[in-house]
Each structure stands twice: as C-alpha cells, then as structure tokens.
Design a protein around this ligand. Sequence first.
Ligand SMILES: NC(=O)c1ccc[n+]([C@@H]2O[C@H](COP(=O)([O-])OP(=O)(O)OC[C@H]3O[C@@H](n4cnc5c(N)ncnc54)[C@H](OP(=O)(O)O)[C@@H]3O)[C@@H](O)[C@H]2O)c1
Length: 237
Amino acid sequence: MKVAVVGAGKMGREVEAVLRDRGHEPVLVSRGQPFPAGCAVGIDFTRPEAVVENLKKALSARARYVIGTTGWNDRAEEVRRLVEESRGGLVHAANFSLGVNLFYRIVAEAARVLAPFPDYDPWVLERHHRQKKDAPSGTAKTLAALVESAAPGRKAATSLSGALGAGQFLVSAVRAGGIVGEHTVGFDAGGDEILLEHRARTRRGFAQGAVLAAEWISTRDGVFGFDAVLADLGARV
Ligand SMILES: NC(=O)c1ccc[n+]([C@@H]2O[C@H](COP(=O)([O-])OP(=O)(O)OC[C@H]3O[C@@H](n4cnc5c(N)ncnc54)[C@H](OP(=O)(O)O)[C@@H]3O)[C@@H](O)[C@H]2O)c1
C-alpha cells in the first residue's frame, strides 16, 4: 500500500522504516507539500497547529488518515465533523505504543482498586525530550482522565499557583535532553506509596502501532481510537 508519511521528523522517519519492513511504499511529505496522489492512507506526526489543514488535504484526496501528533484536543470536535462529513476514516491516539495501551488498563484497574481508599493520593508525572511542543503529554492527560473516572471527586490540575485544592491531583512534566517518553502514576498514602511506570526506550513501538492503525483504517469509515484497532485485531488487552 502507498502511504503518505506526513512530517519527516523523528517519528516520520521511524514510520517510514516500519512501512518498508511491512512491504508498504512510504511517501514522505514535508511542510508545504501537497498530499501525494495515490496514497490510500496518510500518517501524521507533525505539530498541533498543522493537524487540521493536513487532515483536510488528505480527505480531499479521498485518503484515510492516522494522527499521532498530540496537542490538538481543542479541535477534536471539528476533526470529527470533517471526517464524518466527507465519509472518511480516521484513527487518532496520543500514544500508539502497545505497552502504553496495556499500561492504561493497569492504571485504570489500580485507580479502581484504590478509589475506596482516599488516603492514596494520586499523582501523574511525564518526562520527555526538550523539543516536545506540548505539556503535559497527551498520554499523561489520558492517564489523569482514567484516575478521575475511577474516583469521582478527584480532579486533575495541570498547573499550580498555590497548594492543591481538595480532591485535586497534579499532572506534571519534565523536559530534558533526549528522553523518549516516560510516564509514572503514583498513589501516595504518607506511610507508603504505590508506583506504576512505563518507559519507552525507542520510538519504534509508536511507529509500529501507527502503521498497524493505517492498515486497519484503509478499509473503514469513521473516527476511532487505537483501542478499537487493538480490540478488532483480537488483541487480548
Ligand atoms: N501518538 C504517538 O504515539 C506519538 C509518539 C511520539 C510522538 N508523538 C507526537 O508526534 C508529533 C511529532 O513528534 P516528532 O518527535 O516526530 O517531532 P519532530 O521531530 O519535531 O517532527 C515533526 C516534523 O513535522 C514537520 N512538519 C510540521 N508541520 C508540517 C506540515 N504541515 N506538513 C508536513 N510536515 C510538517 C516538521 O517540519 P519543520 O521542522 O519544518 O516544522 C518536522 O519535520 C508530536 O506532536 C509528538 O508529541 C506522538
């Protein structure tokens, strides 16, 4: 399958390699270039401000789309409408790593088990390389949402100007060097603490998930998350 790799940065290069490994034909698309003809799907790892315009170009070319770029949540409704109006297909995920998607389930279960014990005070910390443009990461926001939904009354805060309010928990970020991506969820009860952590060592896992999503959406219509892809492929996750 001919696949447009929109954004030739760190992730775009990984996606290109995975596509070749899986027998596809990648076409790299840099900023300012049109969506290439004949591509059944596009995979977007660019920057938040570029996502909607890139999607419009792909939909006009009748291509399905995969968005790995993070930080565009404020335009989620518009994105859904665009895809549905053009009867297109989209998979988007803040994290295409299988390990992180398994981690989501572990964190959701931990938050559920700990919800009746309010002394176990949650926190979320993510660490990434210094070039990352959004903070906290989309993955950290998803983890915070899992904690919130398991324990009504808990509310995530992504910045602080004083002490935490009742029920609030902090979602914070570290930016330094070349860290690929690390997410920690802690539950601190004063006398002890429970820690859960996922560390990505390379970008290859993200690229593999995005390519899997591209293969899957190439024959489908609608707007999906990566969980739908994994579930449909029979992954016992
Ligand atoms: N979902 C996941 O699993 C996952 C995993 C890792 C990263 N990410 C996200 O993916 C995004 C990219 O990460 P990265 O580490 O690859 O960043 P990066 O190395 O900075 O690469 C982004 C590339 O996109 C290019 N670009 C910007 N606007 C474009 C446009 N309109 N059309 C085509 N190319 C364009 C940039 O070119 P210029 O230099 O000219 O701007 C750059 O080459 C970020 O949002 C990051 O958070 C997601």
